[in-house]
Ligand binder design. Structure first.
Ligand SMILES: *Cc1c(COP(=O)(O)O)cnc(C)c1O
Length: 455
């Protein structure tokens, strides 16, 4: 097999690691994020050959570039096949403008794409090393359910999810609490930040080292690599020979857009990324001014999974453009802003615009969007309006829909008058039995609970 690719930490103070070491570690010891030392390249002829392949085959060919030498092809093929057993619809809106629906996975959010492959890769490496891992995750909704579902039933991994009781919807809770087996769920009478603080305290507690704690949030490089694949997929299925493509990505913690930007650096012919944020607009402001000011506390918008005032993946983005940002958001070296502005265009979308687009898209094109996808589509509409060289009917544009409309029935009914039908993955969930414990927001109790449950 080939020599494995090395991964460096964006803070440049930790040792380089191979993919599987970085995957099992999560965050680098210097609090930086792992990035590939070299971005692998896929020639255009090979990208064109993806045209006739299924999603899972494309996933194999793309992720293989990062994992060569670290997993046999047969295993990786099997993991891709097992991870992607659902549709990835590309829906035409008008002209050459499309929506890519990344919401047909088991928890109806795009986070399924990364979580499913990451869980299976972790399982492979843990089995090979005869090891176990305990994943701790604090969630305000989508991450917890995607990770819990993706890791459910894997025999080398236990998972504990902490969530703020009052801050998740019934359906979000049930996506986590109806599983059982290796998934344990704790409901706290607290805020999301409190849950996150308990998890961080456990990570920093040396007396828990024996538990091999790890995290599954988007700081993990294992979440990022599978997110390069759907950009190749959309291009292969829609582009004419020699054509370039524009993507619009609704963004919060910027893991999704980093997958896209890496795909572009791997050779995918992308002419531009449109990065649409909600009212947490630290990134559009940074792109304009070169100055970065995080938003504390983050602003509450209806696209709630994007309420992030300091996206951790920005450290990766700056690194790709020759800059350096530490985990607190200080820019230690400026990035190549001219190149970044050439390749990325960014805009902020208010809640009012988000709602109006949901109503307008339904009326005009019978296009059903939920708040996150609406932020992305609004970004695309603004870009088409602003870029005079881009007649709306002319060039190929794909906007990402990151959650299923049925997860947000109230907003959608208000703006369109219809009740979005439940996808198969959410059907029946309302009546399944739930397993979870009510838990105090108190670290000593949490630690005792971990010690007793995972000896
Ligand atoms: C997490 C999430 C996002 C934001 O993705 P990032 O990678 O954090 O930018 C957007 N939409 C939905 C539905 C999400 O769950």
């Amino acid at each position: 097999m080939d020599k494995p690719l090395q991964f460096y930490s964006t803070n440049l103070k930790s040792d380089n690691l191979s993919f599987h070491e970085a995957l099992l570690k999560g965050q680098a010891p210097d609090k930086g994020l792992y990035m590939p030392l070299v971005i692998p390249f896929i020639p255009i002829e090979e990208i064109e050959s993806f045209r006739t392949m299924e999603y899972r085959e494309i996933a194999f060919h793309v992720t293989k570039r990062f994992l060569a030498g670290e997993i046999p092809d047969t295993e990786l093929k099997e993991i891709a096949r097992d991870s992607y057993d659902f549709d990835v619809p590309l829906e035409k809106v008008f002209g050459r403008n499309y929506i890519m629906r990344l919401d047909h996975g088991p928890t109806a959010s795009f986070k399924d794409f990364a979580a499913r492959m990451m869980g299976r890769l972790m399982q492979y490496y843990l089995r090979a090393g005869n090891r176990r891992l305990l994943i701790l995750t604090a969630t305000s909704g989508d991450t917890g359910s995607a990770v819990a579902n993706a890791f459910y039933g894997l025999e080398t991994i236990d998972i504990v999810v902490l969530f703020p009781k009052a801050e998740v919807t019934d359906r979000q809770r049930k996506q986590m609490t109806t599983l059982g087996k290796n998934v344990k769920v704790l409901a706290l009478d607290a805020k999301f930040d409190d849950c996150q603080a308990l998890v961080k305290q456990a990570f920093a507690d040396p007396s828990l080292d024996y538990l091999q704690l790890s995290s599954a949030n988007s700081i993990n490089i294992g979440r990022l690599i599978p997110q390069t694949v759907y950009y190749f997929y959309a291009y292969a299925k829609l582009a004419l020979p020699g054509e370039q493509i524009i993507f619009s990505v609704p963004s919060g913690n910027f893991g999704d857009m980093m997958g896209g930007v890496m795909a572009m650096k791997m050779g995918l012919p992308v002419s531009r990324f449109i990065i649409a944020t909600n009212e947490n607009d630290e990134f559009p402001n940074y792109l304009l001014s070169g100055k970065y000011n995080k938003i504390e506390p983050s602003r509450n918008c209806i696209s709630s999974a994007m309420n992030v005032g300091h996206p951790s993946n920005l450290a990766r983005l700056l690194s790709l453009y020759g800059g350096m940002m530490d985990e607190k958001g200080n820019i230690l070296r400026a990035a190549d802003m001219d190149l970044m502005r050439k390749e990325i265009w960014s805009t902020r979308v208010t809640d009012e615009e988000t709602r109006n687009t949901i109503g307008h898209a339904w009326k005009e094109w019978k296009l059903l969007l939920e708040p996150h996808g609406s932020v992305g589509f609004t970004g695309l509409m603004k870009y088409i309006g602003e870029d005079e060289t881009l007649p709306g009917e002319g060039r190929l544009c794909v906007s990402l829909e990151t959650a299923h409309p049925a997860k947000f029935p109230v907003e959608i009914q208000k703006m369109t008058g219809i009740v979005p039908p439940l996808p198969p993955s959410l059907q029946g969930i309302d009546h399944k039995p739930e397993f979870f414990e009510q838990f105090p927001n108190h670290y000593p109790d949490f630690k005792t609970w971990l010690l007793e449950n995972y000896k």
